[in-house]
Write a protein that binds this ligand. Structure first.
Ligand SMILES: CC(C)(COP(=O)(O)OP(=O)(O)OC[C@H]1O[C@@H](n2cnc3c(N)ncnc32)[C@H](O)[C@@H]1OP(=O)(O)O)[C@@H](O)C(=O)NCCC(=O)NCCS
Length: 207
């Protein structure tokens, strides 16, 4: 008697994670733009965290992302899972007239669609934005998040972001006023002068 064939061992499929920076002024391929809009609305429906509280029309989202690519001080990063666009983040540098804060940038509008969470894509997205910031001479990255976004708070604190303040009237969502948490992280430049040296003593002001 021959033994019945045994089921092949189940091997978890490796997922392909990637993050890319969009070239400013370039247009997104239609498939990428469609996937980005779908991911955005899925994240908004799940609780958002980046401005919109209600899902938007495709036309509105397309206009938004086309506009982002036209703003000189703003860069869009796309996160992909198995090649599909499932999230994004924006890196915003101060305008040129703001020389006093030219060393700092903001990370905004970071999200991963609910169907692509838990694979490490957000961590990769933030790290790629930090690398880009470092390459542009940025020494400090700032960000803020609603106090209700527990996952994002765990993400950013796990990545070394330092909470420096709470804004009690940060956002209005569902008829409620929600607090906001403000963070910064010092960015090192591999092979360059340390950020501690470049910035000197922090917190200078009137005694
Ligand atoms: C926050 C968000 C971007 C995380 O995306 P993600 O791709 O699932 O995150 P990752 O898989 O890269 O996880 C990175 C870290 O986030 C935290 N995290 C992720 N999922 C979590 C969960 N369900 N519970 C608690 N912490 C979690 C952990 O610290 C995790 O690190 P670990 O794996 O070492 O524990 C995603 O949940 C999201 O888009 N949320 C809504 C929008 C938002 O809040 N944006 C940020 C403010 S603009």
């Amino acid at each position: 008697m021959t033994a019945p064939p045994s089921a092949p061992p189940s091997v978890p499929l490796a997922r392909a994670l990637s993050v890319e920076r969009c070239e400013g002024g370039a247009s997104l391929p239609p498939t990428d733009l469609a996937q980005l809009c779908e991911a955005t609305n899925a994240a908004i429906l799940d609780g958002g965290g980046f401005g919109w509280v209600a899902p938007q029309s495709r036309a509105t989202l397309e206009r938004h992302f086309r506009g982002v690519l036209l703003v000189p001080d703003r860069e869009l990063f796309l996160a992909r899972l198995d090649g599909e666009v499932v999230g994004a983040a924006q890196l915003v540098r101060p305008p040129r007239n703001n020389e006093a804060q030219a060393f700092a940038a903001a990370l905004t509008h970071a999200f991963i669609a609910p169907y692509a969470r838990g694979f490490g894509l957000a961590r990769l997205l933030v790290r790629r934005a930090e690398e880009r910031a470092a390459a542009q001479g940025i020494r400090v990255l700032n960000l803020d998040v609603r106090a209700t976004q527990a996952t994002a708070i765990a993400l950013f604190e796990g990545l070394g972001y330092v909470r420096w303040g709470t804004h009690p009237a940060y956002a209005r969502v569902g008829g409620q006023t929600v607090a906001g948490l403000f963070y910064y992280r010092l960015i090192e430049h591999p092979g360059g002068r340390s950020t501690g040296d470049a910035l000197g003593a922090l917190g200078g002001g009137p005694a």
